[in-house]
Design a protein around this ligand. Structure first.
Ligand code: GLP
Length: 239
């Protein structure tokens, strides 16, 4: 595991460089993206690189980590809409190569289908992760088995509260979500985790230096051979 401390601006630049290097070497790379406020700087930077013709997503294939259950793609707070708004509609990515879990078909067949689609694409080359205040990755809440694959989850109260800022009222925050499992994430050939701000410091500290345990889902990353963790001073401030 490699730890990189920098400002949020430089983290966005350095992480974006990982994508331009990867896509230059492998134009049809399989990229797994995350939502949340953390990757927004990186997404702006990727759009900038695309506009400057320094990167092309033409042959890339994307999978997203997670999606709320019970809301459709057209819902303003769906992760599909988030990705379209903040990245996909601004770059040359082929819409048929974009994959997010379905929030409306939460059958077992749909979960298996998502895993199969990742496998048929050749597996994930680069997985992007944020981290929840409780150490979650994707929507894999504390206690999720490390062997989990794409599955339906009930969101913890702390996650719903953290995400309530995007919804009009607390009761509009979905109670369930579909997320890639921890094994799905760990199967990626390389992983980038970004954590910004003081509110992430405790989760980051237990994830990187604590016991490897399902109680802190992100701690599983200690077992992955190719992880880069980008931290600003506030998130890395406890060590
Ligand atoms: C959300 C997402 C995660 C994300 C995390 C942190 O619940 N499901 O993928 O990493 O919370 O979000 P933020 O980057 O807004 O702090």
């Amino acid at each position: 595991m490699r730890l990189i401390f920098d400002t949020p601006e430089n983290i966005a630049l350095r992480a974006a460089k990982r994508y331009s290097d990867l896509l230059a070497a492998k134009p049809n790379a399989v990229l797994a993206f995350a939502t949340g406020s953390t990757p927004l700087g990186l997404y702006k930077q990727l759009i900038e690189l695309y506009r400057n013709k320094e990167i092309s997503f033409k042959e890339a294939i994307t999978f997203n980590l997670d999606e709320y259950a019970g809301i459709g793609r057209e819902h303003p707070q769906s992760y599909y809409r988030f990705m379209m708004e903040h990245l996909f509609s601004h770059i040359d990515l082929d819409p048929s190569r974009i994959h997010l879990p379905s929030g409306t078909d939460v059958s077992d067949a749909a979960m298996h289908g998502y895993e199969d689609a990742i496998k048929s694409a050749g597996g994930i080359d680069l997985q992007l992760l944020g981290i929840g205040n409780n150490g979650h990755i994707g929507f894999n809440e504390p206690g999720t088995p490390f062997a989990s694959q794409t599955h339906l989850v009930t969101l913890s109260d702390s996650t719903r509260i953290a995400n309530a800022r995007f919804f009009e009222t607390m009761d509009k925050v979905p109670t369930r979500a579909v997320t890639m499992g921890i094994r799905t994430v760990m199967n990626a050939r390389s992983i980038i985790m970004i954590a910004l701000g003081k509110s992430k410091a405790a989760a980051v500290h237990s994830a990187l230096f604590g016991e490897v345990t399902p109680s802190c889902p992100a701690s599983v990353l200690q077992l992955h051979p190719n992880v880069e963790v980008y931290l600003d001073m506030a998130a890395g401030g406890e060590f």
